[in-house]
Design a protein around this ligand. Structure first.
Ligand SMILES: [Zn+2]
Length: 121
């Protein structure tokens, strides 16, 4: 009998030191960003293993997390700067959307489990 193998995904969050300095973030603000990233990673793990019926709600939480991150970095919250195609299980065209970034001409794929209705934000 084989031993059960448990795979632990451990991702490290590294923040951009130059941006921290540029945005003049203090220790408490940096801590908030790190916690938001931990939450993002948890959400992304959930999205990867979720049944399709839960994807829409999880995606809404993911979007809110992206908005919270923008605010935590002291940027004006703007949905155009959310790279929605980077959410796990999204099958929308990545290189086309990266090319369009940050303009409102993003493309969604009808076969994408998350953005099939053409709504990304
Ligand atoms: Zn998608």
């Amino acid at each position: 009998m084989k031993n059960k193998i448990t795979l632990i995904v451990k991702k490290e969050v590294k923040l951009n030191k130059f941006l921290i300095k540029k945005q003049n973030l203090n220790k408490k603000e940096i801590e908030k960003i790190l916690n938001l990233h931990k939450y993002r990673l948890t959400l992304e793990l959930s999205i990867k293993s979720a049944e399709e019926k839960y994807l829409s709600d999880l995606y809404k939480l993911w979007l809110e997390n992206q908005r919270d991150l923008q605010r935590a970095w002291k940027f004006k919250q703007n949905d155009l700067y959310i790279r929605f195609w980077e959410v796990p299980t999204c099958s929308c065209p990545k290189s086309d959307n990266n090319f369009m970034y940050p303009r409102d001409e993003y493309i969604s794929e009808k076969t994408c489990k998350i953005h099939k209705r053409g709504i990304y934000v």
